[in-house]
Design a binder for this molecule. Sequence first.
Ligand code: NAI
Length: 352
Amino acid sequence: MHQVTLLPGDGIGPEVTAAARAIVDACGVAVAWDVQRAGLAAQDAGLPPLGPAVFDSIGRTGLALKGPTGTPFGTPYRIEVAAHRAKPVAEPRVYPSVAIALRKEFDLYINVRPVRSLPGVAARYRDVDLIIFRENSEDLYLGRERMVDADTAEAVKTITRGATERAARFACETMQRQGRKKLAIGHKSNVLKLTDGLFLNSARAIAEQYPQIETRDRVIDALCMELVLAPERYDCLLLANLYGDIVSDLCAGLVGGLGMAPGANIGEKYAIFEAVHGTAPDIAGRDIANPVAMLLSATALLRHVGEFGAAGRIERALFDVLERRDRLTPDLGGSGGTRAMTQAIIDALGAD
Ligand code: NAI
């Protein structure tokens, strides 16, 4: 029996996590889900957005499937976290969002985001198969911003050799295991000479230790243009935190949209699986959110705990539903809803 923390989150989070949970349960793998509230939903229930129960749960299970959590735009919003089992330090820490707080508190230093063309999905490209490795612990996402005066704001971008090397090594090890051969390091070191320069040089030094991996670097703006023109030329990307975030959404757009892009936050002891997309407030509560990104995050979780057979069965059922265009959600050109598509996948699992 696998113990997994389930954070439904906000907006479409409860809908897509319910879909993923139902499909995982239907495939016969034994999972004990510990459901915990986080984000705006927790606040609405009078709880902190990221309270001790969440840390206790993930500290115990080591694993979570997380729905997106909402962060108000442009207003001061800070997540304060006290000491807990996974991080027994004395002083409270403050973060700009729930997602960032979880990644830092559980030392989830790398965000792995596969981007793949899937059968039956009308997308701009048919032959994309790449992995984005996003450094997950620093850069501008440390949230060190301040008002210098009433009309001037500034933010600190932090890049360290250690965090970059760790991310690069993870990327290269994963590539080696999967037989992937081409790594592109994205940067803007022509302008950000120190920060992006350090990222590029540290990442390069690690990649050079893997002679079977062909490494090149790409200025981030040119990389975006090339990804839009010819994404099939790319195999793996290594990016600092902010570029990784932006390029992930760009790449999701190449293969059918944010409903298709899964992700995993990985550390030495803990792992949290979540889709690239956010809470999608424009479609929340309408039973039309695409559950695929969250479902593929869940199959990545299953593989992480060694349930390769179950993950494969679920993905076969999903591909079957996509190919037959059975009860697909509107973003995939169908007229089904989240629940109908979930049932279609469960039906296909039964027929496997
Ligand atoms: P978003 O990803 O929520 O939505 C962007 C667009 O994609 C919207 O039109 C939405 O309807 C569509 N979309 C997203 N997921 C979809 C799905 N599964 N099926 C069909 N359409 C989908 O990005 P946005 O609007 O920038 O952010 C909304 C909120 O989500 C913000 O509060 C943001 O902070 C939060 N967010 C949270 C994340 C997390 O918890 N990891 C990640 C990204 C955003």
